[in-house]
Design a protein around this ligand. Structure first.
Ligand SMILES: Cc1cc2nc3c(=O)[nH]c(=O)nc-3n(C[C@H](O)[C@H](O)[C@H](O)COP(=O)(O)OP(=O)(O)OC[C@H]3O[C@@H](n4cnc5c(N)ncnc54)[C@H](O)[C@@H]3O)c2cc1C
Length: 452
């Protein structure tokens, strides 16, 4: 019997960081996912007094529900340098925080089922080379040698040995715990930010459900909720969320060490001896007012998508884009963020059963996997599948880091370092123009990322 659960804890469990927020600090970070936690991490290193506000639990949403892939392979060329840095940061974090991150450099493998996929992988290789990444094409035989337990054959594959994995629902809470030991930072769970506080258009603080915090800088790292809060302050971007389903199998013998994906199937070895299984590309979109509002911006992505999207006519109550979700509210009343502490959509068990079947086709010598746990996660995405990492000119003091588009866990530490530098007014070392907020201004063409 599969248990569907909330990671890393149940919705009703006692917060680890229940303290009320301070009256003032230098920077407020909104959101306790990997991006918010790592931004606070690097702000603290710069000596900036930082308060991180999380409406539910640290890593209660995407940052604990993901596959745990730390992947350079197949990335957008503009993200690649940040991802290479993130990979190095993960190694440092593992040294600092130890085994609980579950960090292992066990490689990532993309199996090709067609000439089209092989050509796509080949085309991407120069980007790997330009960034010093060890990605390489594997022939049918080299692949069979690397995956000797697999009973199926593929014409080839793309392999990146330096790619890694970590255990998401252990990693981010472990990082948050280490962060909480720093004197510059305070963490506040169950503390929704209802509104930005501005004076003459500039940030002067935030209003939380537990009181006001004065500050001159705010980082919005609210995952699937970012556009709802931003839009209430006149900052509009076409962010939507799609559901993805994941299952953790009971322990099975080790036939893979890292992550392996085909277009329709993804599997990763887990620290507990099981595997994390998911569909490689299928997502479910729950239609609400934002889906209508931004439909046109998503046309190019829908045309180029391979795995398909399941459409549901009605977003469930409490989803960011539900029909009943208020778009405006007063800062002294309960906001949509408090009404939905942890976004916890039910998993699609039919889909998971087909993933177990595919695993069994590849490794028929093992019993068909059964799931010990299964869950859904809402992936926040942008129409071009790269994030917004930008200071917002119309609201001085506001920095947005959101729209990680299904691959923000691995790159999160790199994004955190970059955002902390943006906030501190230091050079980030990268050209961030691909991630600017204004790329979605009316009349700008949407350039869908060539990432896969
Ligand atoms: C099923 C699934 C599989 C994935 N697989 C991978 C993978 O293998 N590798 C990878 O790199 N990425 C993967 N991703 C994507 C990755 O998990 C996300 O991109 C990443 O976790 C996003 O981090 P975040 O900090 O931006 O957002 P989140 O983790 O969603 O955190 C945002 C937080 O902000 C809080 N918040 C929002 N609004 C407010 C407010 N007003 N006040 C206070 N708090 C607020 C929310 O409660 C939430 O906890 C996957 C995602 C899913 C769902």
């Amino acid at each position: 019997m599969t248990r569907t659960i909330n990671f890393p804890f149940s919705v009703d469990s006692t917060p680890t960081f229940p303290e009320a927020p301070p009256e003032a600090c230098d920077v407020v970070v909104i959101g306790g996912g990997i991006v918010g936690v790592m931004t606070a991490w690097f702000l603290a290193r710069r000596g900036l007094k930082t308060a991180l506000c999380e409406k539910g639990r640290i890593a209660g949403e995407q940052s604990s529900r993901n596959w745990g892939w730390i992947r350079q392979q197949g990335r957008d060329p503009h993200e690649l340098p940040i991802m290479v840095e993130a990979n190095c940061i993960w190694q440092e974090l593992a040294e600092e925080c130890g085994e609980r991150l579950g960090f292992r450099q066990t490689g990532i493998l993309y199996l090709a089922n067609s000439e089209r996929e092989l050509a796509q992988y080949e085309d991407w290789l120069p980007h790997a080379k330009a960034n010093g990444i060890d990605s390489r094409m594997l022939s049918e035989q080299a692949l069979a040698d690397l995956m000797p337990e697999a009973r199926l054959r593929w014409p080839g594959a793309l392999h990146t040995p330096s790619d890694a994995r970590a255990e998401p629902w252990q990693a981010v809470p472990t990082l948050a715990h280490a962060l909480s030991l720093r004197p510059e930072v305070s963490l506040h769970e169950g503390c929704a930010v209802r509104a930005l506080d501005t004076q003459g258009g500039e940030i002067c603080g935030v209003v939380t459900e537990k009181g006001r915090i004065r500050c001159s800088q705010v980082v919005l790292a609210g995952g699937a909720w970012s556009s709802l809060l931003a839009r209430a302050h006149g900052v509009s971007f076409p962010q939507l969320s799609v559901k993805s389903t994941v299952g953790a199998t009971h322990p099975l013998p080790e036939v893979l060490r890292g992550g392996v994906a085909e277009e329709d199937f993804a599997v990763r070895r887990r620290e507990d001896g099981g595997y994390t299984l998911a569909h490689g590309t299928y997502r479910e979109l729950f239609i609400g007012p934002d889906a209508f509002r931004h439909l046109k911006a998503y046309f190019p992505l829908i045309r180029s998508a391979h795995g398909g999207t399941g459409f549901h006519l009605k977003a469930a109550a409490g989803f960011p884009d539900a029909w009943g979700t208020p778009r405006r509210w007063s800062a002294d009343e309960e906001s949509p963020f408090e009404k939905q502490r942890i976004l916890n959509p039910p998993p699609n068990m039919k889909l998971l059963d087909s993933m177990a079947t595919r695993f069994h086709e590849i490794f028929p010598q093992l019993p068909k996997p059964t799931f010990s746990k299964a869950w859904g996660g809402m992936i926040d995405t942008m129409p071009d599948t790269v994030p917004i990492i930008d200071r917002i000119e119309s609201v001085p003091g506001l920095t947005v880091a959101t729209g990680m588009s299904g691959h923000g866990f691995g790159i999160g530490p790199g994004i955190g370092r970059v955002v902390a530098d943006l906030v501190a007014g230091s050079a980030t070392g990268y050209d961030l123009s691909r991630f600017r907020y204004q790329r979605f201004a009316p009349g700008q063409p949407i350039q869908v990322s060539p990432a896969f």
